[in-house]
Design a protein around this ligand. Structure first.
Ligand code: AHR
Length: 519
């Protein structure tokens, strides 16, 4: 018999295991098992001068839909619904050819320039003061990314001074002349974008980048020593790239100057294989784990070492509009149309970040509007893409601590890689209200999964709130006038009396957030 069992595939073994008779999965909540504080900046976003993200997206001066600043009011309302906490700008690849000084002062006098990152013309009518005002309207922390490609250390230093200088310097006076008396107090500054990528203007090897970034950090901190700095980490995971080596050099050389190292990841369902697509969390979490180890290695032995965290400052599904040929990219503007399975991928990414809340302290969806984005506009209005809804739910309904919940569920092996659980789970907890949020992605295409859910930290009391995103058609999309196809449903149910374990079935291909009250 033993020999026979050994021959069975792991999934079958799981299904006959006595431990799971009557319940295919087990989820146990223990509020003492805190992974880390869920940083609000995990629910950040990104706006780049690319396609119609800025112009025709968040900013459209002549539009009847715009306010006195040129900000699209309909877009602002949709952005509010996402609960965006931090907003990165001006790129992306655009940042590596951008001179911030082109984007200040009277709009009609600003120079139009070539945008050689995306093959476009940049009017510079939206610049630093417009962006920072936009962040205020949204209620998000601004995060500016310096030009570490073709730019200089001095440009970066002066940008900090323009934004944050309280005294009476020439640049602070310029800012005042441009309408902002008080310093903007920009706290988060990126030391360049994807400098490890050969596609980047001013791409450098790791050693050259570290030399530049170290001097930039030093000079920027002289302008304002309260700023937080994010080093450009790995974005290039191609087969020939030494992404681990890049981070090693960057961390080694910059460890006493930086507060974060960035990671970027885009995924796509290129093989039209749903379960494989949603297995991307393995790569995402492997990368987080490796960088976490590298951070620890860089700090080991120094009790006063500066804390360093991961800023996952670009992430999303992006593959349909990822065409090669430089200028084609500029023209198509990356206007990805998202479907239902992409919406599920949002839960997968956010679950991964929450499960690593001890080290991932910022994450920025790329991007906010039109360009690989949850909000899609034309001149008359907008529609909400399928991915909008999980982002809004996670961004606004959550606890403050990430919990390490125990999950035992059937596993699958979508490729030659290691097996993973059909249920992808993260959980957050609010110790004040004793509410637990259980975020569960069932990435099984064909099987509902019944789970026994229990808490060892007090009984579940009252009714359980359910938020569920599901659709029969994995490829269902939205368009103008038709954005109610993939929408979450909410309901409540009363778990059986006794407050012990309760049963809940997670339907196939669904994302569920259960909100439980502990007594
Ligand atoms: O978000 C689109 C692009 O993807 C960004 O400009 C770049 O940083 C990344 O390669």
């Amino acid at each position: 018999m033993k020999r026979f069992l050994r021959l069975l595939p792991p999934l079958l073994l799981f299904q006959v295991s006595p431990a799971f008779l009557g319940a295919q999965a087990v989820i146990k909540i223990d509020t003492d098992r805190v992974i880390g504080e869920v940083d609000p900046h995990l629910f950040g976003n990104f706006t780049e001068h690319l396609g119609r993200c800025i112009y025709g997206g968040i900013f459209e001066e002549a539009s009847p839909l715009a306010d006195e600043n040129g900000f699209r009011k309909d877009v602002l309302e949709a952005v509010h619904g996402l609960g965006v906490t931090v907003l990165r700008w001006p790129g992306g690849n655009f940042a590596s050819g951008y001179n911030w000084m082109d984007g200040i002062g009277p709009r009609d006098q600003r120079p139009a320039r070539r945008d050689d990152a995306w093959g476009a013309l940049e009017s510079n009518r939206f610049g630093t003061d417009e962006f920072l005002k936009y962040c205020q309207r949204v209620g998000a922390e601004p995060y500016l990314c310096i030009n570490a490609g073709l730019g200089s250390v001095d440009e970066a230093r002066k940008w900090v001074e323009y934004c944050n200088e309280p005294g009476d310097t020439y640049l602070a006076r310029q800012r005042r002349k441009n309408g902002r008396d008080k310093p903007w107090g920009v706290k988060y500054w990126g030391l360049g974008n994807e400098v490890d990528g050969p596609w980047q203007l001013g791409h450098k090897n790791a050693a050259d980048y570290a030399t530049f970034a170290l001097e930039a950090a030093k000079a920027m901190r002289r302008a304002d020593d309260s700023i937080q700095l994010i080093a450009s980490g790995s974005s290039n995971f191609g087969p020939d790239s030494d992404w681990v080596g890049w981070n090693r050099t960057v961390l080694d050389r910059l460890k006493s100057e930086i507060d974060y190292i960035s990671l970027h990841t885009y995924i796509g369902n290129r093989d039209n294989n749903f379960e494989q697509f949603l297995a991307a969390s393995r790569d995402i979490e492997d990368r987080i784990a490796v960088v976490k180890g590298q951070i620890e290695a860089a700090r080991v032995g120094n009790p006063n070492a500066r804390p360093i965290h991961i800023a996952f400052d670009e992430w999303n599904v992006w593959y349909r509009t990822m065409v090669s040929g430089e200028f084609a990219i500029g023209r198509t503007g990356l206007e990805e149309k998202y479907n239902f399975e992409d919406a599920l991928a949002m839960g997968m990414f956010l679950n991964s970040f929450i499960r690593h809340a001890d080290v991932v302290k910022m994450a920025n969806l790329a991007q906010l509007v039109n360009v690989i984005a949850p909000i899609f506009t034309n001149k008359q209005g907008l529609f909400l893409q399928t991915i909008y809804f999980p982002l809004a739910e996670y961004g606004t309904e959550r606890g403050f601590e990430s919990l390490d919940v125990l999950v035992r569920a059937p596993e699958y092996r979508p490729d030659s890689g290691r097996a993973l659980s059909y249920l992808d789970v993260s959980s957050t907890y609010d110790p004040k209200t004793r509410r637990v949020f259980l975020n569960v992605l069932n990435r099984g295409e064909k099987q509902d999964i019944a789970a026994q859910i229990s808490s060892v930290s007090g009984a579940v009391t009252g009714s359980v709130n359910v938020w569920e995103l599901n659709h029969a058609d994995l490829k269902a999309t939205h368009s103008f006038g038709n954005d109610k196809v993939v929408r979450p449903v909410t309901r409540t149910f009363q778990p059986a009396a006794g407050g012990g374990a309760f049963a809940y079935t997670f339907p196939k291909h669904s994302l569920t957030v259960l909100t439980l009250q502990l007594n």
